[in-house]
Design a protein around this ligand. Structure first.
Ligand code: PLP
Length: 530
């Protein structure tokens, strides 16, 4: 560059030019607070209209039908204004979204959310702090740490406890198994460090014990950690779908006799399907005797912490080495909001890496809190602010009351369903799910014998037909090879009347399926006799 060119170059970058650059106008700062407000307000209006006019949890649209709407969207041709873009979002998304706040959304572990947390979401996104280091978050780091310390206290995990916010229960469970694996190697294999040297020879023999009802992220984590699906030993459950302590003892003994090395037990405090809580004290006793890492997966059950009447169901969780909590399930928080806690904060060092540019060891020695030292992630959302504002505006007790209410609704629904001759219920809910199936009391319909196979098919049909109609959204699952239906109740607005209405729809579609099949059957008989 000649000196004239340098001057021109510098001139171009003076405020005169850069302020007129239109592309800068979208970068959020003090110059466009009005545009920011206007766009937020138009977004707000769109949300309010969607929620106010929402009647069904879903429109029932099929993927290929909705995909047609996307064909003409050219991402290289911006619409250039907020209103048109929002109109498009409405057409492509909001119009046909699945609404968790709707009273008849009864499917998965998705909750309606509390609005203090949505307010927090706006703040944390606008400021865009990243919680990996103090120098990217300051107060954000202290807020997360205080929420973590509070969570450890709520679970009575002791003075040495600590933890970190994660993206969800799956990541928390992965961390649990990582810590358990590395801790075993450090303490049992002559200080072997997996961080430095990778897996030891013995790793192919490591075994992890969990109930047959535990979450699939246990298997997935074992695979990611180089231990493989086969390292996970599934332990039998009792009729309440809780892990049998005797079966656990036997499984550990059998594994040892066969030359395997037990390293951890994963207890579930609230299984995804049944909400069943494994016997935490008995599992803790076994882990103590066998010197095994105990992890408690309370992704779903964590809401009990807030309950005045059901807190005791979590008794024993304080004895676990690590715990998973999904606030985005039973604390009515928006996705993501989740934490991983450990009883002994020293154990978090298995995921610590000091990067000179980010979190040098010297910073730690100076006492600067850099949460990245405890996390699998680097850049990380300030999710903790959502629970913070929830606790500050609303308070824990109200969260607990909402969770109590949906647990009570599950109990009442259970009574209702148990009295129905055409419905089989398979468990008495401990939390807020209900697993059941349409199983008509009549053994045949117009000459068609109602077999187990037909019942399985009819329940699959019921679920699909209801989803297509959008009148309600319910879930399905398989229990010991058979098709069942499932409600996951997390909406305090859902009433027993809503449940009765959905039950009626279920039975209607169940009968409809059997009628279709019996008509087919009759047709085939007629054709056969011709
Ligand atoms: C939902 C769930 C998980 C996984 O949590 P995500 O937040 O979806 O990753 C793990 N364990 C249990 C028991 C769950 O119900």
């Amino acid at each position: 560059m000649g000196s004239m060119e340098v001057l021109e170059y510098l001139d171009f970058h003076t405020s005169k030019h850069s302020h007129n650059n239109e592309e800068h106008n979208f970068i959020f700062n003090e110059d466009n607070l009005q545009e920011y407000e206007a766009s937020i307000l138009s977004g707000l209006e769109l949300i309010q209209t969607s929620i106010a006019n929402n009647e069904k949890p879903f429109t029932g649209i099929l993927p290929h039908e909705l995909a047609l709407e996307f064909e003409h969207v050219d991402l290289n041709a911006p619409l250039n204004d907020v209103a048109s873009a929002l109109e498009e979002v409405n057409k492509l998304y909001l119009k046909d979204a699945v609404y968790f706040h709707n009273k008849k959304y009864l499917a998965h572990l998705n909750c309606p959310v509390v609005y203090p947390a949505i307010l927090a979401e706006l703040i944390l996104t606008s400021i865009n702090s990243s919680l990996d280091t103090w120098d990217q978050s300051a107060g954000g780091t202290l807020i997360e740490q205080k929420i973590i310390d509070w969570s450890c206290q709520q679970l009575e995990m002791g003075e040495m406890a600590d933890g970190i916010f994660t993206s969800g229960g799956s990541q928390s469970n992965l961390m649990a198994l990582l810590l358990a694996r590395d801790h075993y190697c450090e303490t049992h294999l002559d200080n072997h460090s997996i961080k430095l040297n990778g897996l030891p020879e013995q790793a192919t023999k490591f075994r992890i014990f969990t109930s047959e009802m535990s979450h699939f992220s246990v298997q997935k984590s074992a695979a990611l950690l180089g231990l493989g699906y086969n390292s996970v030993v599934t332990v039998d459950c009792d009729h309440k779908f809780k892990m049998k302590p005797e079966a656990l003892k036997k499984a550990i003994k059998r594994a040892k006799n066969n030359g395997y090395i037990p390293i951890a037990v994963i207890a579930t405090a609230g299984t995804t399907d049944f909400g069943s809580i494994d016997p935490l004290h008995q599992i803790a006793d076994i882990c103590q005797q066998e010197n095994l890492w105990m992890h408690a997966d309370a992704a779903y059950g964590c809401g009990l912490v807030a309950s005045n009447t059901r807190r005791h169901l979590l008794s024993g969780i304080e004895r676990a080495n690590s715990v998973t909590l999904d606030y985005h399930k039973s604390f009515f928080q928006p996705v993501s909001s989740s934490a991983f806690l450990v009883k002994n904060k020293q154990h978090l060092h298995y995921v610590t890496h000091h990067a000179e540019y980010l979190n040098p060891l010297s910073a730690q020695q100076e006492g600067t809190p850099n949460l990245v030292c405890k996390s699998l992630q680097t850049t990380r959302r300030f999710d903790a602010l959502k629970l913070w504002l929830t606790l500050r505006i609303m308070g824990l007790e109200k969260i607990g009351k909402v969770f109590d209410q949906v647990c009570a609704l599950a109990r009442s629904s259970h009574v209702l369903f148990s009295l129905d001759p055409d419905i089989d219920v398979i468990h008495q809910p401990e939390l807020s799910t209900l697993v059941f199936r349409f199983n008509p009391s009549y053994p045949e319909l117009d000459g068609l014998t109602i077999t187990d196979g037909l019942i399985d098919e009819s329940n699959q049909y019921i679920r699909k037909t209801i989803f297509r109609s959008g009148e309600a959204v319910i879930a399905g699952t398989k229990v010991y090879g058979h098709s069942y239906l499932k409600f996951t109740l997390l909406n305090p607005q859902t009433s027993l009347t809503d449940i009765q209405e959905v039950l009626k729809i279920i039975k209607h579609h169940g009968l409809e399926y059997l009628k279709i099949q019996s008509a087919k059957h009759t047709q085939e008989m007629l054709e056969g006799t011709q």
